[in-house]
Design a protein around this ligand. Sequence first.
Ligand code: XBP
Ligand code: MG
Length: 238
Amino acid sequence: TLQALIFDVDGTLAETERDGHRPAFNAAFRDCGLAWHWDEQRYGALLAITGGKERIRHYATHYAPAIAARPDFDALVGQLHRIKTAHYLRLADQGQLPLRPGIARLIGEARQAGLRLAIATTTTPENVDALLRANLGPDAPGWFDVIGAGDIVPAKKPAPDIYQWVLDRLALPPSACLAIEDSEIGLKSALAAGLRCVVTVSEYTRGQDFRGAWQVLQGLAGSSLAELGLRSSAGDCD
Ligand code: XBP
Ligand code: MG
């Protein structure tokens, strides 16, 4: 039986990428005097690299090799990412990153039903905290038994490590949990950890390969908890 829901954050709880992370990265580049700008399309391609520091590092290596070769490059990546996080936190605190439709209701339903809640994300822990507080109130982070985020595991999604870390701390087998993800990379991570995974497709993940998903939905606005946990997807019946 279902005992816990494990949520991804970016793209799943909220559409944070295009108008949250992306402008925060661009503001950090500007603050550091770099003439880099990630437009919506470029950013979509860069989402293949999970983790903000990893994404900056990848971009510099390919498009600004002279900067990537500097002896202080690691320090620069760290600095850019700290500044980026500060910009993202400001956007979240200002309420500019609303939850996707149905998310608040689903979390409420799950709590009412006595399900445990957890988070498994590649983003920075402060970002998760700020997003939950801004949208659900100051107590919301405490509703989650386990928040697995950022660099707590070295291998980010699509590696299963973050889900395994969360499962360990929940002390539950994957069969007792349901993962909720928006991307192929996130789905792969959940599946590799042995989890069932519902996909709620987001603006940057339309058209990705969701084979293996328990269900693929365009959003969670119309889905009750019972439907999510119990109904198997049409894809499974092929
Ligand atoms: C989202 C990501 C993150 C954010 C950036 O993955 O790839 O890297 O874009 O976050 P998920 P940081 O949907 O699995 O959370 O800059 O804080 O790393
Ligand atoms: Mg995601």
